[in-house]
Design a protein around this ligand. Structure first.
Ligand code: UDP
Length: 476
C-alpha cells in the first residue's frame, strides 16, 4: 500500500492560530500523496480557501474542504460568526466548549460518508477520540503548543507548586524539568490555576488517542519530550509554516490582506537596511488598553529604531488610540499597519531584524524559523511559558516586562515606555548581547529548515507516521 491509499480527516479549533497550522499540516500530508480532508465551518472555510486553492493547483493530491455548521450563538459568539478572532476579547466564552461538542453529530456523519483512515483533531475536541473508536480508526491529537509548554503545564497541574506560595507575585520553581523555570501565579492562565472540567476531559482523551502530532522539531527542545510529559507517543512534524515556500503561498495564508496599504508597507520595507526594522505584532486575538498602546508607541518612538507595527482595530477607533502626532513624528522610520498582515512574508523580509511578539506558539516558531530575535511580550494563555522558552532556554529574546497573564487587558499591569525602549534597544542594538541572540537565532533557523527538508527529523517523522497509519489500515 502506498500513501495515496491513506485518507486523513483534519479538524482544527476555530481560531486562526489553530486553523493555520492545521491547514499547513493538511497541505504537507497531501504533498506526500495522502488524501487530506479539512473539516471546517463555512466562515473559516472562506478564510482558508485561497491558501488551499493555491496548494491544490500546484499538484499533489490536494486538500478537500468539508463543511460543518457551527452553533455560533450557543458558543457565545455573534450569530453567524465562527472564529474566536471575531470576538472583541480573547476570553473563551463559558459555553464555547459545550458548543464545540455540537459539532460531533455532523462530524460523525462526514466520517460515515467519507470513511477516512485517521482523524487528526485539535485537543479541544476530546470526543473525536470516541468517534475514532466508534469507526475503528486512530485519532491523533494536535495541541498547537510546544513540548516545553506541555511539560511545564503538566508539571504545574500535577505538582501544584503555585499553591505553596504566599501571593501571586511570589516566585516558585516548576519541578522536575531539565531547566530551572521560575514562575509566578500572576503569569499563569486561569485554566492552569484552577483547571476546569473540560481540561480533564481533554487529558483523558489524550490517553484514548493514538498519539500526538507536534508543530515543533526534536532538535529545538531536546530536553522536553511529549512522551514523558503526557505519557503519549508523539510525531514532531514542524515547523509547519515552512510548507509555505513561495511568497505567493505566504501572501494568502490567513485573512485577506488589504491591498494598497500592504503594498506600501513592502515598498517601504524594501527601502530599509537589512535587519534594521522591528516587526511588532501581537497575534490574531490581542487587545490592549489605550494607555498601554500609548506606552508601546512612545517606547518605539524613543528607541529610535525603525518599526512596522501591526494593529488590530477592534473598536473601529483606528489611529485615534495612538498618542497625538505619533505617526507624523515617526514618519519615514515607522509604519503602522491596520488589520491582518502577511506575517510569514514580513518575518522573511531581509529588512526585518527583530520581532516584538505576544509569544503565541505560532508566532514564536515563525520567528525561530525566520532567524529573528524577539522582544517577548506575553499576554494570556501559555504565552508566559513560551516567554521563558524564548528568553531563558533558547536565549533568542528579551522580556519586555509583562507580569500579568490575562485575557482582560484591564487586568494587566502597564509596561512603561522606558521598558519598551530598553527591550527594543537590547534586541535591535549592536552590542554583544544582541549579536549573540542573532547568531543563535540564525542557527535555530538553519536547524528548522534542515528538520523539514528531505531526510530531516520532521520529514522522517512524517514518513514514519504515514507508514504506521498504513500499517493500521491494513489490519482494520
Ligand atoms: N497572523 C498573521 N497576521 C496577523 C496576525 C497573525 O499572519 O496579522 C498569524 C501568525 O503568522 C500566526 C497566527 O496568525 O501563524 C497567530 O498565532 P499565534 O499562536 O502566534 O497567536 P494567537 O493568534 O493565537 O494569539
Amino acid at each position: 500500500m502506498d500513501s495515496s491509499s491513506l485518507h486523513i480527516f483534519f479538524l482544527p479549533l476555530i481560531t486562526p492560530s489553530h486553523i493555520l497550522p492545521m491547514v499547513d499540516m493538511a497541505k504537507l500530508f497531501a504533498e506526500r500523496g495522502v488524501k487530506a480532508s479539512l473539516v471546517s465551518t463555512p466562515g473559516n472555510a472562506a478564510r482558508i480557501r485561497d491558501s488551499l486553492e493555491r496548494a491544490n493547483a500546484t499538484g499533489g493530491h490536494g486538500v478537500q474542504l468539508l463543511l460543518v455548521e457551527f452553533p455560533s450563538l450557543l458558543a457565545g459568539l455573534p450569530d453567524g460568526c465562527d472564529s474566536l478572532s471575531a470576538r472583541p476579547t480573547p476570553e473563551v466564552p463559558d459555553d464555547f466548549f459545550r458548543a464545540l461538542t455540537m459539532l460531533r453529530a455532523p462530524f460523525e456523519r462526514l466520517v460515515e460518508e467519507h470513511d477516512p483512515d485517521c482523524i487528526i483533531s485539535d485537543s479541544s475536541y476530546p470526543w473525536t477520540s470516541d468517534v475514532a473508536d466508534e469507526f475503528g480508526i486512530p485519532r491523533l491529537v494536535f495541541h498547537g503548543c510546544s513540548a516545553f509548554a506541555l511539560a511545564v503545564m503538566e508539571r504545574l497541574i500535577r505538582a501544584r507548586p503555585h499553591q505553596g506560595v504566599p501571593d501571586d507575585r511570589a516566585a516558585f520553581v516548576v519541578p522536575d524539568l531539565p531547566d530551572r523555570i521560575a514562575m509566578t501565579r500572576s503569569r499563569l492562565p486561569k485554566y492552569i490555576l484552577s483547571p476546569p472540567d473540560y481540561l480533564e476531559q481533554i487529558k483523558m482523551s489524550y490517553l484514548k488517542s493514538y498519539g500526538m502530532v507536534m508543530n515543533s522539531f526534536r532538535e529545538l527542545e531536546p530536553g522536553y519530550n511529549v512522551e514523558t510529559a503526557v505519557g503519549q507517543r508523539a510525531w514532531y512534524i514542524g515547523p509547519l509554516s515552512l510548507c509555505n515556500r513561495l511568497d505567493a503561498d505566504k501572501a494568502v495564508r490567513g485573512e485577506k490582506v488589504s491591498g494598497d496599504s500592504i503594498e506600501q508597507s513592502f515598498t517601504w520595507l524594501d527601502a530599509q537596511a537589512p535587519g534594521s526594522v522591528l516587526y511588532v505584532c501581537f497575534g490574531s486575538l490581542c487587545r490592549f488598553t489605550r494607555p498601554q498602546l500609548c506606552e508601546i508607541a512612545l517606547g518605539l518612538e524613543a528607541s529610535g529604531h525603525h518599526f512596522l507595527w501591526v494593529l488590530r482595530d477592534v473598536d473601529g477607533k483606528g489611529a485615534t488610540v495612538l498618542p497625538e502626532g505619533f505617526e507624523e513624528r515617526t514618519k519615514g522610520r515607522g509604519r503602522v499597519f491596520w488589520g491582518w498582515a502577511p506575517q510569514l512574508l514580513i518575518l522573511g523580509h531581509r529588512a526585518v531584524g527583530g520581532f516584538m511578539t505576544h509569544c503565541g506558539w505560532n508566532s514564536t516558531l515563525e520567528a525561530i524559523t525566520a532567524g529573528t530575535p524577539m522582544v517577548a511580550w506575553p499576554l494570556f494563555a501559555e504565552q508566559f511559558v513560551n516567554e521563558k522558552f524564548i528568553v531563558q532556554v533558547l536565549r533568542v529574546g528579551v522580556a519586555a516586562g509583562a507580569t500579568v497573564c490575562s485575557t482582560n487587558e484591564e487586568e494587566r499591569v502597564l509596561v512603561e515606555k522606558e521598558r519598551v525602549e530598553e527591550a527594543v534597544a537590547r534586541v535591535m542594538g549592536g552590542g554583544q548581547e544582541a549579536e549573540a541572540m542573532r547568531r543563535r537565532a540564525r542557527e535555530l533557523a538553519a536547524m528548522a529548515k534542515k528538520a523539514v527538508a528531505a531526510g530531516g527529523s520532521s520529514y522522517r517523522s512524517m514518513d514514519d507516521l504515514i507508514q504506521e497509519l498504513l500499517g493500521v489500515k491494513k489490519w482494520r
